[in-house]
Design a protein around this ligand. Structure first.
Ligand code: ZN
Ligand code: ZN
Length: 414
């Protein structure tokens, strides 16, 4: 069993390094009922740090599934006003938001994908104000994960539920550096490494990236004024926080009209409880004009048809193959982990913070700069140890950025 002491270290890391909770600040937590013990540890620590209020939104896979199986369409597609108000009232008060995740990747596999797509869309539409707060870093927010029995057994199918949960705890704690003596210091050093890498890329200011791997031959323009981000972020209040734990990526945005060629996925994508696997997308002038998938093609179609911007890209992230997630050798069927094992791109909305001055621009101005907008933002993996990436500079010269899935560019700034 993972000791109480280790779980406390993780809780402390989530609050100090994750959302960087401040004295007198409120905290909203989304957490699974199966993880109630760990969540209560987090709450206790939050009050110790000086939180003025901690509010939990409990979620439960079984209850979610029961609703999808039984509730009429109009309930599924009607996101409750009170939920919107609840979220808005916390972020408008400057609260921190911590998401504790443990979702079973197969939860909704037998539910009609169009129902899931409609529900996701309704939620995204209703939560537009809340999302403005998180996607523009107006408030500190963070996502961490803990094991659940179903998720753990998806990753370790040959183990008993108990053993699988134990193995997943070990894997997670190692990946988020809680196995180290001082995880908070380890994260400071890690953030420094990511900061240097993003500074090197910002200095290079590539006009275009070219990706080559089995099944992939893709040219991607980057907008003028694009910014590479990665590691910790700074909220409007000046507080440094870590949106994702783990995080191993440096990321920016593709030009929404400047992507051409074909890209193949390298890991399964878990979208709203359904898996899409072995798929490829073909782009022309930034838009997906063709696609296929060995598994979940119908789900992929619904995803691409979510709205106008769902067929265009909102993120490009570079992750070297030696990342601890990749080295674990596990497929997590969970984007938060799998995206940190591999270079990835996202369909849908771009982070306005990836463009100089982007946070202050309206949608029309963002569009003129090549920044994509959508209700969705769905990451999927395209990297492997077979991926090469070239960077094309403004003067037309080309240089190697990645070879065989890892940096060939010197990103250590020496
Ligand atoms: Zn990413
Ligand atoms: Zn993303």
């Amino acid at each position: 069993m993972v000791s109480q002491q280790t779980q406390e270290k993780y809780a402390e890391l989530a609050l100090r390094t994750g959302v960087n909770l401040q004295k007198g600040q409120a905290l909203m937590i989304n957490a699974p009922i199966e993880g109630a013990d760990f969540t209560k540890l987090v709450v206790r620590k939050a009050y110790e740090i000086g939180a003025k209020d901690v509010h939990i939104n409990w979620v439960d896979d079984e209850l979610t599934l029961l609703k999808y199986e039984n509730a009429p369409d109009e309930v599924i597609t009607d996101y409750p006003e009170w939920k919107v108000k609840l979220h808005d009232s916390f972020v408008e008060d400057g609260a921190a938001v911590l998401n504790i995740r443990s979702t079973n990747p197969d939860l909704l596999k037998d539910i009609d994908p169009s129902r899931v797509a409609k529900a996701n869309k309704a939620a995204a539409e209703a939560m537009v104000n809340f999302r403005k707060y998180t996607m523009n870093d107006k408030i500190p927010w963070s996502i961490i994960s803990i094991p659940s029995g179903d998720w753990a057994q998806k990753i370790f199918p040959d183990k008993s539920k108990e053993e699988a949960v134990e193995s997943l705890w070990e894997a997670i704690l190692k990946i988020v550096r809680v196995d180290q003596d001082n995880p908070i210091a380890a994260w400071e050093a890690h953030n420094e490494t990511l900061k240097t890498a993003r500074e090197v890329l910002n200095e290079k200011n590539y006009k275009k990236l070219i990706f080559k791997a089995p099944g992939t031959n893709l040219e991607m323009e980057l907008p003028q004024g694009h910014l590479w981000k990665g590691g910790s972020a700074v909220a409007e209040t000046g507080v440094t926080f870590n949106p994702n734990m783990p995080t191993e990526e440096v990321f920016s945005m593709p030009h929404k009209y400047g992507v051409n060629g074909t890209v193949a996925s390298t890991k399964p994508l878990n979208y709203g409880g359904s898996l899409i696997d072995n798929f490829s997308l073909t782009f022309k002038d930034g838009k997906v004009v063709d696609f296929k998938a060995e598994q979940g093609e119908e789900v992929l179609k619904h995803l691409l048809d979510s709205d106008e911007g769902a067929r265009r890209l909102g993120e490009i992230a570079l992750v070297p193959d030696e990342s601890p997630v990749s080295q674990s050798g596990l497929v997590f069927y969970n984007t938060l982990f799998d995206e940190n094992a591999s270079c990835h791109i996202a369909l849908g909305k771009a982070y306005p913070t990836n463009l100089k001055g982007g946070s202050a621009m309206d949608l029309e101005t963002l569009d003129k700069h090549g920044v994509n907008d959508s209700l969705i933002h769905v990451d999927f993996m395209i990297g492997s140890n077979k991926m090469d990436i070239d960077g094309v500079k403004a003067d037309g010269t080309t240089e190697a950025v990645f070879r065989n899935g890892t940096w060939s560019l010197n990103v250590k700034g020496e």
